[in-house]
Design a protein around this ligand. Sequence first.
Ligand code: SF4
Length: 244
Amino acid sequence: MDGKGVHGDRSGGSAGFEALKTAIADGKMENGTTEKNRKAVKILEILAERYGTTPWNWHTRRDPFRVLVGTVLSHRTRDEMTDAAARAVLARYPDAASLADAPVEILQELVRPVNFFKTKAARLKEIARILCERHGGHVPDAMEDLLALPGVGRKTAACVLVYGFRRPAVPVDTHVHRIGNRLGVVHTERPEETERELSDLLPERWLLLVNDLLVKHGQTICRPRNPLCSRCPVQEYCDADSGD
Ligand code: SF4
């Protein structure tokens, strides 16, 4: 999972972070915020400084069609496998029209590195067909339209909004749910509750970054098992017992 070759630039995206710090300085923190709001934002500021605000994965960089294809392929699959398969698909079928016409056998070969590749190949083709039929070949930018696509749940839809359109949403995957609760930023049992609590808690601009930052933290330091608490940059804000 580590390495620049897989994830691109991990050096920090300092220009983006400077812009965010400026935004925070003139943002909502002055009025109507609670200690819990301030703690959550402080944690995200520290994580942004540590990990940068540029996504590490190729498939989560900007283009909504790329994000949709990549996120559909990503379910229960390692990031490097997801990126390889998404690159292969989009090199051959760069838009919804060409993907809708793709022979399913060829699609299966292109996405073979990911888990459930046959199901995902068929799903991509069907999604592309619907995009052409209902949305003029474009990815819609409304949560309800995205949720109407086959196999697209709240996490995938939120990823498309955040990474593809830069619209505020909270994609809650296993990292976001686990780390949010370990930190004590949320106290939830289910991902949908985590999504709701984080949406209520965070200023809009941090909704664009919370998934990216907690995923990076979960892949490197706050791992599911044996988190590296002694090396954690936000340990002083964490409610969990130290894991090492
Ligand atoms: S202190 Fe440990 S449990 Fe808390 S966020 Fe850091 S790594 Fe995770």
